[in-house]
Write a protein that binds this ligand. Structure first.
Ligand code: COA
Length: 183
């Protein structure tokens, strides 16, 4: 796809931090057909089942939403990997775009914003993720954004009646900040 056309396709899109009052819109997106299959969400779960954790501010995380025409059409987050200080330099990435907005550059924009946060503001050195082995679009996007494959988990998750493998991918900070030791 032509990059300029790709970016011009979403002129009215706003990307901003997720707020507690976004919980219902976020939950609807996470459970929607065309989006939930590539994640670990289940179909036909009540919107209310996700409200509690989506209403909380998550320590150490960056959670973004993409809003178009007053509706949340995409979300992406970098999540802390537990509380060990020895993993404090890492985050795990999750993302989901509404079916009718997929392939229009929203995922790329959201990940670019997350990586700016990670690289330039939060001191994150390693961003990692798991992606289903059959999710070609997601893997292509991640590779384009600097992620590399690190391994494969067999029979990782149940997906429409079959177990699918998952691919572990990660991106290391391309230019980590250095301390200046000048007095
Ligand atoms: C996977 C997902 C996050 C990608 O976001 P998106 O907004 O659709 O992706 P974008 O339009 O920004 O970019 C997709 C890239 O993959 C390419 N692509 C699209 N369809 C493709 C396919 N079937 N195979 C390979 N590449 C494909 C596009 O050309 C684009 O490449 P580019 O950035 O170099 O132009 C989104 O489709 C989604 O939410 N899917 C359902 C949930 C999901 O799978 N989440 C990921 C969990 S790991």
């Amino acid at each position: 796809m032509d990059r300029a056309a790709h970016e011009a396709d979403a002129p009215s899109l706003t990307i901003r931090a997720r707020e507690p009052e976004d919980a219902a819109g976020m939950s609807a997106l996470m459970g929607s057909p065309g989006t939930f299959e590539g994640t670990l969400q289940l179909p036909d779960m009540p919107v209310a089942s996700r409200l509690e954790f989506l209403s909380k501010v998550e320590p150490g995380a960056c959670n973004l939403v993409a809003v178009a025409e007053g509706r949340i059409v995409g979300c992406a987050g970098l999540h802390a990997n537990g509380t060990s200080m020895r993993r404090a330099h890492t985050r795990s990435l999750g993302i989901g775009i509404a079916a009718e907005w997929q392939g229009r550059g929203v995922g790329r924009q959201l990940i670019a914003r997350l990586l700016d946060w990670a690289d330039n503001w939060a001191g994150v050195l390693r961003v990692e993720l798991m992606v289903h082995a059959d999710n070609d679009r997601a893997q292509a996007l991640y590779r384009n954004m600097g992620f590399v494959e690190e391994g494969r988990m067999r029979n990782y998750a149940l997906k429409n009646g079959r177990f699918v493998d998952a691919v572990a991918m990660a991106r290391l900070h391309p230019n980590p900040p250095e301390l200046s030791l000048r007095a």
